[in-house]
Design a protein around this ligand. Sequence first.
Ligand code: SF4
Ligand code: SF4
Length: 373
Amino acid sequence: MAAHDFDFSAVEKRLGVSRRTFLKFCTGVAASLGLSSNAAMAMAQAVADPKKRPPVIWLHGQECTGPSEALLRSEQPSLEHLILDLISLDYHQTLDTGAGHQVEDIKKKVMAENKGKYLLVVEGAIPTANDGIFCKIGGETMVDITHEAAEHAAAIVAFGSCASWGGVQSASPNPTGAVGAPQLLAGKTVVTIPGCPPNPANFIGTVLYFVTYGKLPPIDEKGRPKWAYGRLIHENCYRRPHFDAGRFAKEFGDEGHRKGWCLYKLGCKGPETYNNCPSLEFNNVGGGVWPIGVGHPCFGCSEGGVGFSKPLFSLADVKTHTPPNMFPGIEDRESSTGISSGAAAIAGAAVGLAVGATAMASKKLDGKEKDAE
Ligand code: SF4
Ligand code: SF4
C-alpha cells in the first residue's frame, strides 16, 4: 500500500503524533534495520491495527529502573505514546497503579489467556545465590517468576545491561550470584538490548519489528539486534580521525580535551564496545549529545566483560586499527611523512598503551613513594 492510500488518522489519534513525525520514525527504524521504505509502511499499518498490540509482561529484578526511566522520558517522536499504544502493557512492576494480590492475579490471568502470544520483557539482573532469596516479589523469587513467565512467552527481551548479562550487580565478587535473563533461561532465545541505560530507540525498533512481522529481528551471538549493535562505537565516532592521527586528550580539561581530541588515553572503551550511540545520540536534542560527544570516555556500559568489569581509566583493547575509508585523513594534513592512516592508528594505539602503562606505573610509584614517606 502506498502512503497516499493509507488512512493515517487512526495512527494520529492513537499515538498523538502527526503523520509526518510517525512516518519519519518508521522510515528511520526501517533504514536502521536495513529494510526498504515498504517496511516503513508495513510498520505504520501494524501500529494502526489495534488487534496487533501484543500483551506485555514486564518484570523487574535487581536494577535502578533506568531502562524504563529512559523509555518514559524519551520525547520525539513521542515514544512514550508509541510504547503505551503499540503494546498492551498489562503488567509492569513499577508502573502499575494497582498493587499486591490484585496485580499479581492480573499477571497470571494475562499469561494463562495469552499462551504463546505475550511478549516478556525482563529488566534487571536475577540473583541466583542462596536459592534466589535476594530478590523476591509477592513471596516468589525472581528466579521462579522469570522461569514461569518465560515458559509460554512468544518472545523474550532483556532490556538493559543488568538483564542482558548481570550488569553492575554481577561485578566481582558478585555476592548475590546475579545473572542476566539469557544465562538463567539457557536454551531459550532471549533478545538483549544492553546499555546503562539502553537507548529507548533500540527497544522501540525491536518491538516495532516484532509487531510488524511476528518475529524478532536478526541477532548476534550475544542476542543483540544486529541493526543496533553491529558496529563498534570506535567505527562511527566523530573523534576517530584524531585517534588515527595520534591526537589524544591526556587529562580532563587539558588542551587536547578542550579541542575535542580522542579520549582513548582517558580510558575510552569505544574500541571494544558495540552500540549505535554515535548515530542515535541521547535525549533527542541533537548537537552531539552523547557521552563521548560531551567529553566523557565511553565506559563500555553495553558490553559484557567491559562495562563494570574493566577499570574506568584502563586502556581499551583496540579491535580495529584500520580507519573506515570515508574518514578524512587528518595525519595527511598534519605530517608529510607519508605514514598511512592505518599505520598511524597502530602507532597511536602503541603510543597510547606505552604512555598509559607509564602513567599507571608512575601512579603506583607515587603511591609507594607516598607510603614510604
Ligand atoms: S577511542 Fe573513543 S573517543 Fe577515541 S575515536 Fe575511539 S570511540 Fe572515539
Ligand atoms: S557511549 Fe559507551 S558508556 Fe556511553 S552509553 Fe554508549 S556504550 Fe554506554
